[in-house]
Design a binder for this molecule. Sequence first.
Ligand SMILES: *Cc1c(COP(=O)(O)O)cnc(C)c1O
Length: 472
Amino acid sequence: MFQTPQTWVPAGSRERIEAISRTHLGESSRNGSRDSSRSDTSATMPEVVAGIEDLIAASDRLHDEEAFNLNPASNVLNPRAVALLSSGSGSRTSLGYAGQKYEMGLEHIEQVEVVTAELAARLFNASFAEVRVPSGAMANLYAFMATCQPGDDIIASPTTIGGHVTHHVEGAAGLYGLRTTGAPVNINAYSYDLDALAALAREVKPRVITMGGSLNLFEHPVAKVREIADAVGAHLLFDAAHACGMIAGKQWANPLDEGAHLMSMSTYKSLGGPSHGLLLSNDAELSERIDAIAFPGLTANFDASSVAALGVTLADWIECGEDYASEMRASASALATELSARGVEPFRCRQGFTDSHQFGLLAAPFGGGMRAARTLERAGFLTSGIGLPVPEEPGVQNGLRIGTPEIVRRGMTAADMPRMAELMARALDIGRTQDTTVAETGAEPGTEVALSEIASEVSMWRKDFSEVKFTA
Ligand SMILES: *Cc1c(COP(=O)(O)O)cnc(C)c1O
């Protein structure tokens, strides 16, 4: 190890970090000395480079050939966007307004910046689009900086309905000095309790009310929350990091049309673009502030290759987004229903399981969300745990989050969901019967054999879905 062991990192992770370092860099290293030659490392730098390439190739094989990615926080890009992303133009400087760039040689890149911002404004029917945003988390930070001062109060989604850390004390909001109060929840709608929210807003006097989270099942009552915000002089921020696909594909009403002052998002989730952020508004005053926060505030250079890849992504959405989003939504409904028919129960609201591209599964019968996700991974399905508004499971997440952005972009439809549910239910049933410690370590040979049989069936079927659909 070249780094000093990070004592604050959980022990299990520390061991993993040390093992990775040993594997890829060799038996190391400083031997307690501060010798900068580090000559005792056994791996040569060409070996290290080849090792990094091998790791990414293996990751691509897993995601692009072997497994079905059912994580709604992940997606596959248009290959033409991938090509732009890897072009190297991200290392070119890009600061300043188009026509007034500070450095020379930017007459092409500045056009990409303008085209992408225009496409974003068109797709989301917004007057202003900020593309110089490295991530969804940064988009939220920009939004907070444009609307609040440190010390102000905001109201945001609690984690029970997918509220994101960036709205809370550990994330962008807290780091900027804001105090977050969790909004009251109407579990039956998987959104806000409006009467209780109005009362809370009168009490807290927030500068901002945020909506939208990492799991969105039914449309949020944006217009009604805007009325509540107006009554106390607050701005309304809709975080569309996950819901953006439903909005871009016109399956859900556009929160900006419904009165949100700002809409933030990540572009690599349901949007299927690069890992990037986007911030949209119809409010000129806020947009002027955001422009100054983007530059010279929090970025100097922005990644032009990522903005180019985003431009391609947005063009895909303008061309085929409605078909893509409606199939995502139909497939999510079908998968939830088919799983339920096989005894794997989705979280249910008054209106049903979901009206979006994602849903939650009750994970208690499978030892919690994380353990269920590990079981599914060994059978060839990538998912993740999530908290659901149902009784807590001590020490583990009580839900599993499932989404259809990637499988649909690869050509699956609702008609494929019975088979998908069958394979998933078989895997989860194996996880159901094992005791936690055994399943955690994967030490039970019978379990491994049964799961790997499913995994080979999955990877055979997976070959039918190698293309990327819904491209302009
Ligand atoms: C993922 C997510 C973010 C953060 O996005 P990054 O692009 O990963 O920084 C913000 N808000 C919500 C609701 C999210 O799910």
